[in-house]
Design a protein around this ligand. Structure first.
Ligand SMILES: Nc1ncnc2c1ncn2[C@@H]1O[C@H](COP(=O)(O)OP(=O)(O)O)[C@@H](O)[C@H]1O
Ligand SMILES: [Mg+2]
Length: 173
């Protein structure tokens, strides 16, 4: 079983995957695979991000175990059985990204993407099994627990649409 852990940068993918890993689960960092296999197509200097050839990566991806978590903000574009999209309240996400010292334009782009559900929409457009887990006020350990519960079928409250930032977005206008 392949499980995507996806979400806007700063929503908690690395922290949650570290918690899953310390519980003994196999985690594959897709950025690492992309770098190792030469699937970085260009470096976007203005946004200081690497662009990954997601299609090539999807076709080439081989996984090392029966249950594997794929980590990256494009893991929901791989051939996964389930995608768990981590979500974070946009105002809190802004603080998390500011703490990284990211340029304002890059922070804004990601906060807006989170606010309008970009990754969730991409995931539900191509996958049958998509769930959301909010990390705003949780710990990575609790979030890892929620992810594992979803895999055991305890999906209630995690259906697509269960996280809704529209009130927050409307308050910006
Ligand atoms: N429940 C949570 N799950 C994951 N990260 C959290 C959570 N609560 C707070 N955080 C914090 O948010 C930040 C998320 O960063 P990170 O895990 O690197 O996200 P990503 O890999 O999605 O960019 C970290 O500073 C982490 O400590
Ligand atoms: Mg990360």
């Amino acid at each position: 079983m392949l499980i995507a852990i996806s979400g806007t940068p700063g929503t908690g993918k690395s922290s949650v995957c570290a918690a899953l890993s310390s519980r003994g689960y196999a985690v594959v960092d897709l950025d690492e695979v992309a770098r190792r296999e030469g699937f970085i197509v260009s470096r976007d200097a203005a946004r200081s991000t690497d662009e990954v050839d997601v299609e090539k990566l999807r076709k080439a991806l081989r996984v090392p175990a029966k249950i594997v978590f794929l980590k990256s903000h494009y893991s929901h574009l791989m051939d996964v059985d389930i995608a768990v999209i981590l979500r974070c309240r946009p105002t809190v996400l802004r603080s998390r990204l500011e703490a990284r010292g990211w340029p304002p334009a890059k922070i804004r782009e990601n906060v807006e993407a989170e606010a309008i559900d970009v990754i969730l929409q991409e995931a539900v457009a191509r996958l049958q099994s998509v769930f959301e887990v909010e990390t705003t006020d949780a710990t990575p350990e609790r979030t890892a627990g929620a992810v594992l519960a979803i895999l055991q079928g305890r999906t209630e409250g995690h259906e697509p649409g269960s996280v809704d930032w529209s009130h927050e977005v409307l308050s910006w206008y």
